[in-house]
Design a binder for this molecule. Structure first.
Ligand code: GLU
Length: 470
């Protein structure tokens, strides 16, 4: 989903919301129309885009300037919040779109945050630790007037980690002596005030979105008398779930493929590998260089051990031997079209598009990354009966745990890992329940649309209550 796709979907959602009498029910019809127009104008424009070039002296003595961004999309529902990514693909349009998605994500999950995103246009692998340290410090120096624990709170994203957040918070502390600093950044190392389980949070929440649907949600509906339930409206997708359930009842494992083996993908792989109750087989995983495939399932713990040491997945037969892994090596994009029933997209945006959508065999796609399926592919797959579980619903585990980390710094009590995980799961499941009910029993053809509708309803109501629509 590009910025244009997101805006188009928002426009359609606004048209449908205009027909919803429960929204802004306390005002007259004529006023309501005007208010909705104002809300659309406010929410489809960005509060602030900051672009700057950071000067870095490379290890060889040369000086370069790197584009860097912080985009604050909206603070209607709370302080700006969102990650900072280091990636060669970073550009203004992309960061703006990702900031918009953060606004929707935080509103959907009812977190007290608005949406923001940051980016630095580098491939972090091409830079030494000293250079990355310098870039992180410079980023904070440049953007610090616009950051802060009660204004805009960054976190890690693609290409950044707890280490970068620690460096950044260190610089923030130097620039703002005497101020609160621990909750100025989240996703820090545990030693430096980070929440236990923050690194795994996005991956765990992503797997849970799918597993809870197939296991708990479906059980809940099956055990209720069908007469008491509304009519199923999304038949094809319901049948998709039912087929998987039957496969499982016959004790056959469910085949899973995962694009990306970083913080999100490797955790999803481990969750699938370990899943009790329903047996899964991870038949394919990929990273930027390789897809590894085995029809009987890959040994995920061994692969994690290998990537902990080498970062990348095994690339050659020799590497496979060292890792003790049996697998066939394919090009990275092949992971998308493997014969899997469930495909987790845990890499970057725009991976499933017009060029490959017809070759996708999975009937459930889960967007662990932000915006991995483009609008055309989204529609095509859903018309075909596949279920696309959207990014802003599934990958919010990270920002939910960020919220706990931010709170933890204020109350100076460390949440245990169990508390963090339980709180995250509780909050996610509340939203999953709302969205899955509204989707399967509602008119909306896409789960993404259901999510946008719920998020926008919250944002519009807040805008109204805050007196911003007149
Ligand atoms: N970068 C993550 C996301 O896209 C986490 C953001 C945060 O924790 O603020 O949701």
């Amino acid at each position: 989903m590009s910025m244009m796709d997101t805006k188009q979907l928002i426009e359609q959602t606004f048209q449908e919301l205009a027909k919803d009498p429960t929204l802004l029910a306390d005002i007259s019809e004529a006023e309501r129309e005007k208010f909705l127009d104002s809300a659309e104008e406010i929410l489809t424009t960005t509060d602030k885009v900051i672009k700057s070039y950071i000067r870095v002296t490379r290890d060889n003595g040369s000086v370069i300037r790197i584009p860097a961004y912080r985009v604050q999309h909206s603070n209607v529902s709370g302080f700006y919040k969102g990650g900072i990514r280091f990636s060669e693909n970073v550009n203004e349009d992309e960061v703006e779109n990702l900031a918009f998605l953060m606004t929707l994500k935080n509103a959907l999950h009812e977190l007290p945050y608005g949406g923001a995103k940051g980016g630095v246009g580098i491939q972090p692998r091409d830079f030494s630790d000293r250079e990355l340290y310098s870039i992180s410090k410079k980023y904070v120096q440049r953007f610090s007037p616009d950051l802060g624990p009660t204004h805009d709170i960054p976190a890690p994203d693609v290409g950044t980690s707890a280490r970068v957040m620690d460096w950044m918070v260190g610089e923030y502390k130097t620039i703002h002596p005497g101020d609160q600093y621990l909750n100025a950044f989240t996703g820090k190392s545990v030693e430096n005030g980070g929440a236990l389980g923050r690194r795994e949070a996005t991956g765990r929440g992503t797997f849970l979105s799918y597993f809870w649907l197939l296991n708990s949600w479906l059980d809940q509906k099956m055990s209720q008398s069908q007469e008491d339930l509304p009519k199923i409206m999304q038949h094809k997708q319901w049948n998709t779930l039912d087929e998987l359930r039957q496969k499982h009842s016959a004790s056959d494992p469910i085949d899973v493929a995962i694009q990306g083996f970083g913080n999100v993908g490797s955790v999803v792989a481990k969750e699938a590998f370990d899943a009790s109750k329903i047996n899964h087989r991870v038949i394919g995983v990929s990273d930027r260089y390789t897809t590894l495939y085995h029809p009987n399932g890959l040994n995920i713990p061994k692969l994690i051990q290998y990537t902990d040491k080498h970062i990348d997945l095994p690339k050659t037969e020799q590497d496979l031997l060292e890792a003790g892994i049996e697998a066939t090596i394919y090009p990275p994009e092949d992971v998308l079209t493997l014969d899997a029933e469930v495909l987790f997209l845990a890499a970057i945006e725009n991976q499933v598009h017009e060029g490959n959508m017809e070759d996708i065999k999975a009937s459930i796609l889960v967007e662990g990354a932000n915006a991995p399926v483009n609008a055309q592919a989204d529609k095509y797959l859903q018309d075909k009966g596949a279920l696309v579980i959207p990014d802003i619903l599934v990958n919010a585990g990270g920002v939910i745990v960020s919220y706990l980390e931010w709170k933890q710094a204020k109350i100076t009590r460390i949440y245990s890992e169990k508390e963090v995980h339980e709180e995250m799961a509780k909050q996610l499941i509340q939203t999953y329940q709302k969205v899955y009910d509204a989707y399967f029993y509602g008119e909306s053809q896409s789960m993404r649309k259901v999510c946008y509708t719920l998020a926008l309803k919250r944002l519009i109501t807040l805008l109204h209550r805050l007196g911003k629509l007149y």
